[in-house]
Write a protein that binds this ligand. Structure first.
Ligand SMILES: O=C(O)C1=C[C@@H](OP(=O)(O)O)[C@@H](O)[C@H](O)C1
Ligand SMILES: C=C(OP(=O)(O)O)C(=O)O
Length: 409
């Protein structure tokens, strides 16, 4: 089994080129394809999730394998439903366990032709593309915002546009806002008309030049590193304060954990300064991808926490709630789960493994969130470190540039 051992740096003073945001890349690619743009968006990520999207849209093979990319699976399902031709879309074993029924039902009720080729409710799907006939539907907004983004993005190309009503508590709302904003930047008319209603006018997209900004979710691991260091400065180019990404909230949250953020014209500087709160409570409903970063950081800082709004974590790359509980236990921390939507830690400890090896469950964020813990531990190993390629292929090289030792076992 591939595994690495980590050694902490003595001090950190480094500039890191983060990957560009896969959420923005994958939206820009779909919208650009629908706009019949003849140039690609610029600064596309070389991460797996974006590369599968580029390959699918460039080659459009009869069977499209999007590996582990949730956005690619959901966005391409809608795209293929309105694009001429018959395609099968599939992914990894885990992708075949991530639900897609809500999106398929919504597309079918708008007139799309989609069949399940294996298990009802899950990929793979066989899709026969056509113009949609319907334009008004209601669907749950409390399972994955990616279904909603997928529907919104195809809507300007359909004769009647689209009106959506979302039921239940809406999760990951900033990702819906990101979709609407990018659609508007490509000339579409798309907006919220109420707290739970969305409207997109027909009229297509206008192609334009577009450059993707760096990934704020990836920045969270550098915030974690600074927070767990005695002294550190990290410069992150191509990030801005007024980002479209909801995960830019990480800057404010880490302000509570001893990290300051300085915004320059096209980069941010993180420094270790300021106090750490004695307890942290936060609702991650709008930033689910940050949950792992904060669980590991708070435990390592000995800051008890209660994190809510985690209901979507069970259907991500792995069941992140169980994975966090199991791996934190190896480090000697006993977390409590409540309702499948909350994780808390009130200081309860158990005996830690003497030489802990963190399992990563094919989840990039398990590897990236746990690695910085070496700054507070005697030793730490990460199993299957290659999982980071899903969103941040150069993570280990970047850690090494910051002075971390990375020994392959
Ligand atoms: O639209 C997007 O780009 C994403 C939406 C979120 O998923 P959910 O809406 O399923 O929570 C997030 O977790 C994922 O990493 C990216
Ligand atoms: C949940 C994630 O990705 P996706 O759902 O797009 O596979 C993630 O990157 O944390």
């Amino acid at each position: 089994m591939k595994r690495i051992q980590l050694i902490p740096p003595k001090q950190i003073d480094v500039t890191i080129q983060l990957p560009s945001s896969k959420s923005i890349c994958n939206r820009a690619l779909i919208i650009n394809a629908l706009a019949h743009g003849n140039t690609q968006p610029e600064n596309l990520s070389d991460c797996d999730d974006t590369q599968v999207m580029i390959r699918a849209l460039t080659n459009m093979p009869p069977t499209i394998d999007i590996h582990a990319a949730g956005t690619a699976m959901r966005f391409l399902t809608a795209y293929l439903a309105v694009t001429e031709g018959t395609h099968v879309i599939t992914g990894t074993e885990r992708m075949q366990q991530r639900p897609i029924r809500i999106l398929v039902d919504a597309l079918r009720s708008l007139g799309a032709e989609i069949e399940y080729t294996k298990n009802e409710g899950y990929p793979p799907l066989k899709i026969n593309g056509r113009q949609l006939t319907g334009s008004e539907i209601s669907l749950p907004g409390n399972v994955s915002s990616q279904y909603i983004s997928a529907l919104l993005m195809i809507a300007p190309t359909q004769k009647k546009g689209l009106q959506l009503t979302l039921t239940g508590d809406i999760i990951s709302r900033p990702y819906i806002d990101l979709t609407l904003e990018l659609m508007r930047q490509f000339g579409a008319k798309a907006q919220w008309t109420d707290n739970n209603r969305l409207k997109v006018d027909t009229g297509g997209y206008q192609p334009r030049r577009f450059t993707v900004e760096s990934d704020w979710s990836a920045a969270s691991y550098w915030y974690e590193i600074v927070s767990l260091s005695e002294q550190a400065a990290v410069r992150l180019p191509r990030l801005s304060e007024h980002s479209l990404q909801g995960d830019s909230k990480v800057a404010e949250l880490f302000g509570l954990l001893g990290v300051s953020t300085t915004y320059l014209s096209d980069e941010v500087i993180l420094r270790k300064e300021g106090e750490t709160v004695s307890r942290l409570e936060y609702d991650f409903i709008n930033q689910p991808d940050l949950a792992q970063t904060f669980v590991v950081t708070c435990a390592m800082l000995n800051v008890p926490f209660r994190f809510t709004g985690l209901q979507s974590l069970k259907i991500k790359e792995t069941d992140r709630i169980s994975a966090l509980m199991a791996e934190m236990k190896k480090l000697g921390y006993v977390l409590t789960e409540n309702n499948g939507s909350e994780l808390s830690w009130e200081g309860e400890r158990c005996e830690a493994d003497t030489n802990p090896a963190i399992d990563t469950y094919e989840d990039h964020r398990m590897a990236m969130a746990f690695a910085p813990a070496i700054l507070r531990l005697k030793n730490l190993r990460i199993n299957h470190p290659e999982v980071v390629s899903k969103s941040y292929p150069h993570y280990w090289e970047n850690l090494s540039a910051a002075g971390f030792g990375i020994i392959e076992e």
